[in-house]
Design a protein around this ligand. Sequence first.
Ligand code: ZN
Length: 191
Amino acid sequence: MADGWPDRWLVLALPAVAVGCDCSGPRSADAIAAEQLSLPVLYLTAEGEEVTAPSNLSDVMIAPRSRRLAFRAYQCINPDCPNRDRGSKGRPFLFAWPDPLWRIGDKGDVEYEVVEDRMGEIVMRGGTAEPTCPGCLTHRNVRSESAEERQRYRDWVVYYELPESAARSRQLDAEYRDRKGLGGKPAALSP
Ligand SMILES: [Zn+2]
């Protein structure tokens, strides 16, 4: 992790240290959870540059090559999404939820501008108040739709999961279940 990153990032990245442990015996639940949370995810810049990185539990990062802000990639699971078949590279159609309150500060860190009315400010600066599928947006009348309808569209927008991370996640789920099945093994067996 580069110097000058906000402390929050360093703190959140710390559990990943445990991932490299090749201790014999079952791993602790914390170690499994730490790996689960740090599995690689996909980020997108506004220009469409893709960055694969450990999630670090944040929706934003700086793309190492272009030094631009990159946001977590989302996909839309609406079966009638107009962009349903517009994916590429074997992936569904992907999009980001850029938050204009994030910026890269003078020191090269990600900075978040604290404002009173966060959602209002985001919308005023051309963002959307929630992750929004640009394909579905062309079919919506956001001003007049009901709260239920809006929620339905919101529920269709989910994080895109890299296939390799999804596979590893299933392995970790199994590891966690097996571990729970160990019952009363001595704590000394866990790292
Ligand atoms: Zn959609």
